[in-house]
Design a protein around this ligand. Structure first.
Ligand code: ZN
Length: 339
């Protein structure tokens, strides 16, 4: 009789291990528990056999019962732990799948160039100023001494709104706003986006970025302007870069100059990029026109200043050897991931 009982309990033990191991959800676990130890469970059903066991065999039979019940408890705990880990089948996670790859974004070359420029000018004592991209004709042209027939006032070249405001054509608007707001001394750079009606090609776009500088103080001279630009050229492109200034005309500065940097591609020897001249046109600059200072309520007898402006895309194209302006706005990851 004892042997018969032990054999049946042994069979049940194997089913206990199998059923709990195959449980895929809490309902499976509960069903297995009922199947073995419930009111009509297979272990419960064997209990009456105890009465037929010889007295000397009862301890061994009792031990066998306890062992199989303990096994049910153990297998049930293990099955629950397994489901909690989410490692079971069904709706749980398949740990054999490759992980999802999260890639870090990189800084856009335009943003990176703006940051580099601002960092250089900050070290020279400039602060960074910002202004709106939509501004008034007064801030964009009138106060900057632009004559009424200035070509960029033409609606063919500039985006106007019905109320007369416009998309700024230069970040000089921020210079005007700053001078209207603050008393000298003023030392700012203003990076930002500007807009012109243009047909996009390799070197032109309808929007582009500029960084402009303005320094208004007592006894500011052209020498201060030149040394500031030279320091920038060497910090941004490297120690070997020299600069030269050529007379030019801008309404907002007097005298005005265009500033060239020695070619960063060929070191000044002459190449395709610099059209064999050894020089690259980089920026426009000059001493702030006294009319501009008067327009914003600053006495030009007491204060002088210099101003300069350059294109961010042009700086980025030269520094990072980028051949086409359109790459900046095409969102091609193969291009953007290089930065
Ligand atoms: Zn060159």
């Amino acid at each position: 009789m004892l042997n018969e009982l032990l054999e049946k309990l042994n069979e049940i033990s194997q089913m206990v291990e199998k059923d709990f191991a195959e449980a895929k959800n809490p309902a499976d676990i509960e069903a297995a528990k009922v199947k073995f130890t419930g009111r009509n469970g297979s272990i419960t059903a064997l209990a009456p056999m105890m009465g037929k066991i010889a007295k000397e065999d009862k301890p061994a039979a009792g031990k066998a019962f306890n062992e199989v019940k303990a096994l049910v408890a153990k297998c049930m705990e293990e099955a629950k732990d397994r489901l909690d880990d989410g490692t079971a089948g069904g709706e749980a996670v398949d740990v054999t799948l490759p992980g999802r790859k999260w890639t870090m974004g990189t800084q856009h070359p335009v943003s990176r160039t703006i940051d580099e420029c601002c960092a250089i000018f900050r070290r020279m004592g400039f602060t960074v100023a910002a202004g709106p991209e939509i501004d008034t004709v007064a801030n964009c042209f009138d106060k900057l001494n632009a004559p009424l027939d200035h070509p960029s006032r033409d609606p063919k070249d500039t985006f106007y709104f019905d109320d007369g405001r416009l998309m700024r054509t230069q970040t000089s608007t921020v210079q005007i706003r700053t001078m209207l707001d603050q008393k000298p001394p003023i030392r700012i750079v203003s990076p930002g986006r500007c807009f012109r009606r243009d047909t996009p090609d390799a070197t032109h776009g309808v929007h582009f970025h500029q960084i402009e500088g303005l320094y208004v103080d007592k006894n500011v001279s052209l020498a201060d302007l030149k040394s500031t630009l030279k320091a920038f050229a060497n910090e941004f492109f490297g120690e070997g870069v020299s600069i030269r200034m050529r007379p030019h005309f801008f309404p907002f500065t007097e005298p005005s100059a265009e500033c060239d940097f020695s070619c960063v591609m060929c070191g000044g020897k002459g190449c395709r990029v610099c059209k064999n001249s050894g020089w690259l046109e980089i920026l426009g600059c000059g001493m702030v026109n006294p009319n501009v200072l008067r327009n914003v309520g600053i006495d030009p007898e007491e204060w002088q200043g210099f101003a300069f402006g350059m294109g961010i895309e042009r700086l980025a194209m030269l520094k990072y050897r980028i051949g086409d302006l359109r790459l900046f706005s095409e969102n091609d990851l193969r291009f953007l991931k290089q930065f």
